[in-house]
Every structure is written in structure tokens, then in C-alpha cells.
Design a protein around this ligand. Structure first.
Ligand SMILES: *Cc1c(COP(=O)(O)O)cnc(C)c1O
Length: 435
């Protein structure tokens, strides 16, 4: 008799062949080799690029070159090539890098994006700017209960500071915010509505165009947190008519831990274009003429006014390396691979984990999900927190999200299809051990 392998191992062999096939057909496969994979030899599956992207090989060299040649070589002269803002010195990096980001990832024309601060700080500034411009009677902020904690916490603080009220939309943590819920919540009292484009927990991708329209129909401003979509999902901020947006550069953009965030302020809200939005942290770097050092604050008429103090220039070097890679790859190709990666993870989860009682918490429809897949304990007997720790010890790195979620973050430029299989197989073993 010929030896027929047991059904389970045949299934695994099939899944391995399928993963290899997808890798072979992946037009972005070569970009994986641009990452410093060898720096983490013990990691066989990195499934957390949505929390902290991997470094690129070009990054250490770019940082070293900056330190030696620009910082070391130019010293204070590096800020302003010829003593002025707008001449290509470091003073211009927040807006130059913002423009590059706008072009390759945000669907934003130049002059509307800055790179500075952290997402939390920029979120605060934009929320305050939006509320400062509100008209009599508009005293509510609309937000959803499953937004990222920092957003909710900042809103609570700002509401207390400004005497406004937050109208919370209860969202299903296994799904996310939709336009109908928003339409039902916004009204003549809404000043600002703010949501995450991709829900950090479930991976649900919101319909930003429809939600933006719903908020505008109510006469309010919208602020999007793009932390989990930038660099993985194509954005069209100008086309959608978005007012304000913020996001991280250390997730899918691979800018490194604590890399500066970005903020988008639509042209129509800038002083130069007749707009009236003003952020509250009035520092010298957001002044119309930072080097005049005169009396009284005059905000820059453009997007520069969002800057407060000296921007983190050294930390922008890795961000630029990441954005250059994204520009070469193209965000549409990135999204195509992202959809295949999450689809593959879903297929693997259905084959290897769902039969053990694990649940998939991410929408199954490709158009309704971002770049990560979230699994829940379900009836598997798994303790998601302990399972994540066990996986980390074995070189498989997803992350745990309370109360019972394991997120598989699939960064299209650095994650391979075989790596996803390695991760899901390791999780299957942990599930089996837990029984
Ligand atoms: C990661 C993340 C942040 C992080 O904010 P920081 O100020 O960089 O700590 C904010 N919002 C969302 C939606 C995130 O996913």
C-alpha cells in the first residue's frame, strides 16, 4: 500500500504549497529583502508590523550619514540653508516630508500635511482647533466607544476644558463605525466628529468618504485618525473632503519607535486660504516668521502653524526612508497584497484554528477590513494573553489586545505569505496545548 499521509499533515502540506505559490506570485516580494530581517534571527514570523514596523536596511546608513554630514558637517547652519525658512534646510523638513507623505499615502495635495510631535499631541491640537472655531450652539463632539484609548482620553480632557460634551456611539468591537450610525448621531449641536479609519482592535475599515459626507451634512468638521490605515490602505483625503487627520509613522510606515506623527489640515481651513482654524499650542516654530522673534504670536498662514516647538529632525530620517520605499512600491500595490495577506490569514485561521473554537473578529469582506486580522478566544480554551507570550518565546510575534484578542498584523512590504503560515501553525500548536 502506498503511504497516504494523515489528513492533517496533507492539509498542512497543501497550505504550505499555497503559501509558497502566493509568495512566488507576489510582485512586492523583493521589498521584503530591503528590511533588516537578519537583525532578529530568532523571529520566524513577525506579525506586529501594524504596531511597530521593521527597520529598513537603508535606515542605519541614512541616520549615520545625517549625523556625520548634516548635523556634524553643517551644525546650526543645517536649519536654514541660507538663513531662511523655505530654502531647504531642516526648518522645511516637517512640511517637505508632509508633502511626500501626502503624495505617496494620503491622497493630499502639497501644503496640507506636517510631520511633528506624536499622534496624541497632534490629535489634541486639531481637536482644540476644531472646537475653537465652533459656532454658538455646537457644543458636542461625536466619537465611538471603540476608538483607540489615546483618542478617547484626549477627547475627555478637551471636553472638560472646553465645556463641550461627547456623544458616544456604541460600536460593536468586532466591527466598527458605519455611516448610518454617524448620521444618527450627528446634528445641529455637533462641532466635531472623530473616528479611526481602521479600528485598532477588529481591523474594520470604515467608509471614510460616506462618513465624512454624513458629518458635513450635519454642518460639522471631521477628524480622522489614520494610524492603522496609513501605508496599508490607500487614502484620498482631498477627494473625500476631509477636514483634519492625524496618524503614526512608526506602524506601516516603518519610521521606528517614537517616530514623529503627521497632521493634515485641509487648505480651506488655513489662514492663507481664508480658513480660521487655529491650534492652541502657539510656539515659535508655528509663527509666521520664526526668526523675527518679535512680540505677539502670529500664526503661519499655512500648515506650518500646526508646529509648536523644534521638530524632531533626526527621527524624520527613518520616516523618509520608509516613505521612499512606499513610493517605489505604490500604495495601490500595497493594498492589493494586504488584501491577499489578510485573506490568506483568514483561510489559514479557518483551516487550523476555527475548528478548535477560535473566532475571527475581523470582517470577512475584503473591502471592510484593513491590514490586520484579529482572532478571539471563542470556545478554544485559549488564554489570548498567555498564548501571545508563549508565541513570542517561540519567535512568533503577534500582539495581544485586551480582553481576548490576538492580532496578526500583516505589513505588506515586509511580511511573506509563508510567514503568515508559520505564525498560524504556531498558534495552532499553542491552542492544542491549551486543551
Ligand atoms: C497607535 C495609535 C496611536 C498612537 O498614538 P501615539 O501618540 O503615537 O502614542 C493613536 N491613535 C491610534 C488610532 C493608534 O492606532
Amino acid at each position: 500500500m502506498s503511504a497516504t499521509p494523515p489528513a492533517t499533515s496533507r492539509t498542512v502540506a497543501d497550505l504550505a504549497a499555497r503559501s509558497a505559490e502566493l509568495d512566488a506570485a507576489d510582485p512586492l516580494a523583493a521589498h521584503r529583502g530591503e528590511f533588516l530581517l537578519e537583525a532578529a534571527p530568532g523571529v520566524s514570523a513577525y506579525l506586529d508590523g501594524n504596531s511597530l514596523g521593521r527597520p529598513l536596511k537603508a535606515t542605519p546608513e541614512a541616520v549615520q550619514r545625517f549625523v556625520e554630514q548634516e548635523w556634524g558637517g553643517r551644525l546650526i547652519q543645517g536649519w536654514t540653508e541660507d538663513g531662511q525658512v523655505g530654502a531647504g534646510g531642516w526648518m522645511d523638513w516637517p512640511t517637505d516630508l508632509g508633502d511626500l507623505l501626502g503624495r505617496v499615502a494620503l491622497g493630499a495635495a502639497g501644503g496640507q500635511t506636517v510631520v511633528a510631535d506624536s499622534t496624541t499631541v497632534l490629535f489634541y491640537k486639531l481637536v482644540r482647533a476644531a472646537l475653537a472655531a465652533r459656532v454658538e450652539g455646537r457644543d458636542e463632539i461625536v466619537a465611538d466607544t471603540d476608538n483607540f484609548p489615546t483618542d478617547r482620553f484626549v477627547l475627555e480632557g478637551v471636553a472638560a476644558e472646553t465645556g463641550t460634551r461627547i456623544r458616544w456611539i456604541e460600536t460593536d468591537p468586532a466591527a466598527g463605525i458605519d455611516a448610518e450610525q454617524v448620521r444618527a448621531a450627528v446634528g445641529p449641536r455637533t462641532a466635531l466628529a472623530t473616528f479611526s479609519h481602521v479600528a485598532y482592535r477588529s481591523g474594520h475599515l470604515a467608509d471614510a468618504a460616506a462618513i465624512t459626507a454624513a458629518v458635513h451634512d450635519a454642518g460639522a468638521l471631521v477628524l480622522w485618525d489614520l494610524s492603522h490605515s496609513v501605508g496599508s490602505v490607500p487614502l484620498a483625503l482631498d477627494e473625500w473632503g476631509v477636514d483634519l487627520a492625524v496618524g503614526c509613522t512608526y506602524k506601516y510606515l516603518n519610521g521606528g519607535p517614537g517616530a514623529p506623527a503627521f497632521a493634515y489640515l485641509a487648505h480651506r481651513h488655513q489662514g492663507r486660504h481664508g480658513g480660521a482654524l487655529r491650534q492652541p499650542v502657539q510656539g515659535w516654530m508655528g509663527h509666521a516668521d520664526p526668526f523675527a522673534m518679535g512680540r505677539g504670536y502670529q500664526p503661519d498662514p499655512g500648515v506650518r502653524q500646526l508646529i509648536s516647538g523644534t521638530p524632531p529632525i533626526v527621527s524624520m530620517v527613518p520616516v523618509r526612508v520608509g516613505l521612499e520605499q512606499l513610493r517605489r512600491a505604490g500604495i495601490d500595490a500595497v493594498r492589493r497584497k494586504s488584501v491577499l495577506l489578510t485573506g490568506h490569514a483568514l483561510e489559514l485561521a479557518d483551516a487550523l484554528l476555527v475548528p478548535h473554537g477560535v473566532q475571527v473578529a475581523t470582517p470577512r469582506e475584503a473591502a471592510a477590513r484593513g491590514g490586520h486580522l484579529t482572532l478571539r478566544e471563542g470556545t478554544s480554551g485559549l488564554d489570548a494573553r498567555r498564548a501571545t507570550a508563549a508565541l513570542w518565546q517561540r519567535g512568533v510575534v503577534p500582539d495581544f489586545r485586551a480582553p481576548d484578542g490576538i492580532r496578526l498584523g500583516l505589513a505588506p512590504l515586509s511580511t511573506s505569505f509563508t510567514e503568515v503560515l508559520t505564525g498560524v501553525l504556531a498558534l495552532q500548536r499553542v491552542v492544542e496545548e491549551a486543551r
